[in-house]
Design a protein around this ligand. Structure first.
Ligand SMILES: [Zn+2]
Length: 256
């Protein structure tokens, strides 16, 4: 079966349409409509079912990326949209713990002062700073002694963090990926898990509950005033979760 859908000659290239925004909007409307329908169709998954399918709680890892103060409440990259998923993340972690899961992994930004990433993003989450700390709503959970932290210096939770080695150190079948941002570190985390499982024939199913994932929003007019690049949080959240699903990640509306 061919999945090729680009029929040369039927559509003008984007370059030729750049000065006709209405035509662009018209062209994108069916796909954007599809994305909203996709989102509306994501099922709610019961954690008990997930643990059962996994073969037991010891086969489940809950990986929560960048739920730190620097993306929720403090500093230049803090976003109320990301702060807004804290209760869902806490609830899902607690449900997993209730069912016997103990593998709680936290890859989190922890940058040196001269981090090369600061060429693209303003300085944030310096190692040892309060911005680099797990949000208090999670670090105060009664089972937080099981949390294992993996400091990271880039969007990748895998490069140079030890997460990869931890995950492959014993048999696991389910990876629940949560946190932020939908299009940045969470996307890199979930896709890399899927790619590594594909390369190594690992029996991993990567599960992303949309309720516990989010990204920041920077409207065009605000971004222009700041001299920054705009970022439509709603659109990019949806497009990147679509893209994870396209690549075999199991996206669900919520885990309960
Ligand atoms: Zn960073």
């Amino acid at each position: 079966m061919s999945l090729r859908r680009d029929f040369p000659g039927e559509k003008k290239s984007l370059a030729g349409m750049a000065d006709d925004v209405q035509e662009l909007i018209q062209r994108f409307t069916p796909f954007l409509t599809y994305l909203t329908e996709l989102q509306a169709g994501w099922p709610v998954l019961e954690m008990e079912k997930l643990v059962g399918e996994a073969g037991g709680p010891e086969q489940v890892a809950c990986i929560t990326v960048d739920m730190v103060r620097g993306f929720c409440s403090e500093g230049p990259l803090a976003s109320p949209r990301i702060q807004g998923i804290v209760p869902a993340v806490a609830r899902i972690l607690a449900r997993a713990h209730d069912l016997g899961v103990r593998d709680f992994l936290f890859p989190q930004d922890s940058h040196p002062p001269d981090s090369p990433e600061f060429a693209a993003f303003p300085p944030h989450c310096l190692e040892g700073s309060s911005q680099a700390q797990t949000v208090p709503e999670l670090s105060s959970l009664p089972f937080a002694q099981h949390f294992k932290h993996f400091p990271k210096r880039s969007l990748s939770s895998h490069h140079g963090t030890g997460l990869h080695e931890h995950l492959t150190s014993r048999h696991r079948t389910r990876m629940v990926a949560m946190g932020d941002c939908s299009d940045l570190c969470l996307y890199q985390l979930a896709l890399e898990l899927r790619l590594w499982a594909n390369v190594k024939h690992l029996p991993w199913e990567v599960v992303v509950p949309a309720s516990a994932v989010q990204t920041y929003d920077l409207p065009v007019e605000v971004a222009r005033g700041l001299g920054a690049m705009p970022h439509d949080g709603e659109l990019l959240h949806l497009v990147f979760l679509y893209h994870l699903q396209l690549n075999g990640v199991r996206v669900v509306a919520d885990l309960v």
